[in-house]
Design a protein around this ligand. Structure first.
Ligand SMILES: [Zn+2]
Ligand SMILES: [Zn+2]
Length: 139
């Protein structure tokens, strides 16, 4: 795949840029309503404006949806889309999310799908638990 994050910023609409900026500046995943709250002063009023922008950002791989939290994060790994399988480690204590990609996992899943004639359209891997920093703090 040739997708890259090097696309020019002007390719984003104003709303998409605002939403992406909010996600990039956040230290934890945000729901669409969190995003709307933060962008009211910028003129966003309707949840639909945020949902439309999020749809496009997710489609382009600039943001990801965390299924278990129903929340969004900015893409942290410029290379994640080369593998097509993205994993997230979500800390339930501080809310920190680490994005990573793993070739072995991707190959195993692709192998299973191939053997079973299954055509995946989307794969989401989410690890819930406690991050290194929180574990160290608790120790
Ligand atoms: Zn990503
Ligand atoms: Zn943590």
């Amino acid at each position: 795949m040739t997708h890259s994050h090097e696309e020019p910023a002007e390719a984003l609409t104003r709303n998409q840029g605002l939403v992406l900026g909010t996600l990039t500046g956040a230290d934890a995943p945000l729901s669409a309503y969190d995003i709307l709250d933060r962008l009211r002063e910028d003129g966003l009023r309707a949840p639909l404006q945020v949902y439309r922008a999020l749809d496009k950002l997710v489609e382009r791989g600039l943001a990801h949806r965390l299924e278990s939290l129903n929340a969004f994060v900015a893409c942290a790994d410029a290379h994640c889309h080369r593998t097509g399988v993205i994993a997230f480690a979500i800390c339930e204590s501080c809310g920190r999310v680490d994005e990573f990609a793993d070739d072995v996992v991707r190959e195993r899943l692709a192998g299973w799908a191939g053997e079973n004639g299954f055509k995946p359209s989307r794969t989401t891997i989410e690890l819930r638990g406690t991050c290194k920093q929180c574990l160290a703090r608790a120790a």
